[in-house]
Design a protein around this ligand. Structure first.
Ligand code: 13P
Length: 251
């Protein structure tokens, strides 16, 4: 790793997995145990239906579990939604907020994301706040401005920056097998670091910035060695314990 921060390798299972997939967490648990102390912190964000069983399966291991989203309200008449406190109650320690798939599929705005991050912090969860530009925005040369705008409007009002994680996920790299160049990843992560330091000072320097978008065993080592890349948010390659563990081992 490029910094002395302990990396975080996080898996986002998205809308994948039924009870049978818990075997992957058991296998991951064994792989981590057999390797001795992993150098990275490990987080799995399964679908909400599996969260409680996943946290039981991971209990006593180095694997944390998290939610993929939460509602911005603490409770109430929101059929089908899940509150931050419910995630905590099910065993989650983290929650992803503002993933581009939620921004696209559910029309979530950065203001919505900020409200979710606030309620997550209030419930004792660490929000993993996602930002990232589309391909058109990158081609137009506006990636830095788009990410700065998302950063400014998606981060919580609550807290001092010590309990947040940023995930930079270029939308065009998600699930496509395409990744930015190493230089582009380095530039964007340095940009986000600067935004964090301007906003939070020392806590911003210490905050983790994850890269997400087509991370797999074959590119993990190179991506994770980029300055200011403090871990990865992994989609497809997190579904199989062996692939995911290979990424953990590359950190
Ligand atoms: P992939 O790793 O499948 O590209 O997904 C990345 C992602 O969206 C993680 O949140």
């Amino acid at each position: 790793m490029s910094t002395d921060k302990r990396p975080l390798i996080a898996g986002n299972w998205k809308m994948n997995g039924t009870g049978a997939a818990l075997a992957e967490i058991s296998r991951l648990r064994n792989l981590v145990a057999d390797s001795g102390a992993a150098r990275a912190d490990i987080l799995i964000c399964p679908p909400a239906t599996l969260l409680h069983r996943a946290s039981e399966t991971a209990s006593g291991s180095a694997i944390a579990v998290g939610g993929q989203d939460c509602h911005a309200a603490a409770s109430g008449a929101h059929t089908g939604d899940i509150s931050a406190q419910m995630l905590t109650d099910a065993g989650a320690t983290h929650v992803i907020v503002g993933h581009s798939e939620r921004r696209t599929d559910h029309g979530e705005t950065s203001a919505d994301v900020r409200a979710k991050a606030d309620v997550a912090l209030g419930a004792g969860l660490i929000p993993v706040i996602c930002v990232g530009e589309t391909e058109a925005e990158r081609e137009a040369g506006s990636a830095n401005r788009v990410v700065a705008d998302q950063f400014a409007s998606s981060l919580p009002d609550y807290g001092d920056g010590t309990e947040i994680i940023i995930a930079y996920e270029p939308v065009w790299a998600i699930g496509t097998g395409k990744t930015p160049t190493i230089a582009d990843i380095a530039d964007m992560h340095a940009h986000i670091r600067q935004l964090l330091v301007e906003r939070f000072g020392e806590a911003g320097a210490a905050a983790r910035i994850l890269y997400g978008g087509s991370v797999k065993p074959s590119n993990a080592e190179e991506i994770l060695s980029v300055p200011n890349v403090d871990g990865a948010l992994v989609g497809g390659a997190s579904l199989k314990a062996d692939d995911f563990f290979a990424i953990v081992a590359a950190s």
